[in-house]
Design a protein around this ligand. Structure first.
Ligand code: ARG
Length: 477
């Protein structure tokens, strides 16, 4: 495509109009677009990643046009042949993307016309790039959500395997990052599972509202041709059509919802990352992460750094940014389509890429996480983790819970003075805080006793952890 050099504005009226057909809207224009504007307005560099969806949408549209007698059967077969060739060209890298043709839609349509002639020019009958691009994005996002669902499931399945191995491994549970009560490592990992389970539900929900067909809305008002939107929807696997043409071409709420779901998922991933970073630190030493997920330092030879979780924590910020960008993009737009909407793609694509890459690496990394039970047990001995068990014991013996709480507080103080954990206090010392304490207390104060006693749905007892894993796995089948 050659186009004459941009010229100074004041001389434009004396120049001859470019020949009709030289570029897409040449008929209406008296001078070519300036190079600056061309670069500013073109989207082909980033929207070409939707080429498969664009072709899929065009083929469904063409089939409908032929079925309705709007184009001929011969036109359809030319279009199908041309598109098949274009697929080959793009896949092999031979396709020449041109900035002059602005976006993925015009690039493909122009090439089709070069290959098959007039049939290519008939493809755009009853369609606008406004409903075309809205369709492409929805198809692209639907495909991306399907990928994300598979990856989430992989992550969850690997997480459940680790949780099963560690179903009975005691570790301290924290509140305020202070040792609180004994839990099992498996139980902790199942909390992560629950977080991602809701994430998966959110993506499935976004998919439903994404999966509606905009085509047929044309530029904004619908089209004069006798189209069959239901047919196109069925061809493309949409659950239905967008029921208002203005809304169909203009709203991007589905992309915003996706970014919201992505932001929540990344928030969860970021919290997991923070815990992994802490647990890898030798002060905790709760886990080892396989070397292939860590990096060294260029100066400090001894270092092994948790770069993957740190980076995931960092990347969470950019997904929040994309959510905010899309909300802001939409808020001032009057109906119907505005060019502003072209700005929906880069944030959306980057959110998709970030979530996809992060899930892929986390699914793998979780398989390289190895618990260090001895360090978890050490940490458990340092925070009076079974103090609540002692209070519950006294309550079971008839003391009101608030009084039990106070008595145990005093016992903890005493243990701290002596530099020992609660189970190390002699029975006589313990009995000074309450005569209700008998020698059955020592079973209660052990970590295993503490864990086993929390045996209800959602509790940390190893048998409950195993039951939760079974329930989770049965959801996969
Ligand atoms: N590249 C455009 C976009 O991404 C396609 C739609 C263009 N429509 C228009 N009327 N300029 O939104």
């Amino acid at each position: 495509m050659s186009r004459s050099q941009p010229k100074p504005h004041h001389s434009s009226s004396s120049q001859p109009a470019p020949a009709a057909g030289q570029y897409t809207w040449a008929g209406r224009f008296s001078e070519p677009m300036s190079d600056l504007v061309k670069r500013y307005t073109a989207s082909v560099n980033f929207d070409r990643r939707m080429w498969r969806q664009d072709i899929r949408g065009s083929l469904a549209h063409a089939r409908m046009l032929a079925r309705q007698g709007i184009i001929s059967v011969q036109d359809l077969s030319d279009i199908e042949r041309g598109m098949a060739q274009i697929v080959g060209e793009i896949e092999s890298g031979a396709f020449e993307w041109s900035l002059d043709l602005e976006d993925v839609h015009l690039n493909i349509e122009k090439r089709l016309t070069t290959i098959v002639g007039d049939a290519g020019k008939r493809l755009h009958t009853g369609r606008s790039r406004n409903d075309q691009v809205a369709t492409d994005i929805r198809l692209y996002l639907r495909d991306s959500i399907d990928d994300i669902e598979v990856l989430l499931r992989q992550f969850q399945s690997n997480l459940l395997d680790l949780a099963e191995r560690e179903a009975a491994t005691p570790m301290p549970g924290f509140t305020h990052l202070q040792v609180a009560q004994p839990i099992t490592f498996g139980h902790h990992l199942l909390a992560w599972y629950e977080m991602t389970r809701r994430d998966a539900e959110r993506f499935a929900d976004v998919r439903k509202r994404t999966n509606r067909l905009p085509l047929g809305a044309a530029a904004l008002a619908g089209t004069t041709y006798p189209i069959d939107r239901e047919f196109v929807a069925a061809e493309l696997g949409f659950e239905g059509v967008c029921e208002n043409s203005l809304d169909a071409v203009s709203d991007r709420d589905f992309a915003i919802e996706f970014c919201a779901a992505a932001a929540l998922l990344m928030m969860h991933v970021s919290r997991m990352s923070e815990e992994l970073v802490l647990w890898m630190n030798p002060r905790f030493g709760f886990v080892r992460i396989a070397d292939r997920f860590c990096t060294g330092s260029s100066i400090m030879p001894q270092k092994k750094n948790p770069d993957v979780p740190e980076l995931a924590r960092g990347k969470t910020g950019r997904v929040y940014g994309h959510l905010s960008a899309l909300l802001t993009l939409m808020k001032g737009q009057p109906l119907a389509y505005n060019k502003d909407n072209q700005e929906d793609k880069e944030p959306l694509f980057d959110a998709v890429d970030t979530v996809t890459d992060t899930l892929r690496i986390f699914a793998e990394m979780i398989r390289g996480v190895e618990a260090r039970p001895e360090n978890m047990a050490d940490a458990l001995r340092q925070g009076f983790a079974t103090a609540t068990d002692l209070a519950d014991y006294l309550t079971r013996k008839g003391l009101p819970f608030r009084d039990a709480h106070e008595a145990v507080g005093l016992a903890v103080r005493r243990a701290e003075e002596l530099g020992v954990d609660l189970p190390q206090l002699p029975l006589t010392e313990l009995q000074a805080f309450s005569p209700l304490i008998g020698d059955d207390i020592f079973a209660v104060l052990t970590v295993d006793g503490s864990l086993a006693s929390r045996s209800h749905i959602g509790g940390t007892a190893p048998e409950q952890v195993r039951a939760a894993i079974d329930r989770a796995r049965s959801r996969f089948s």
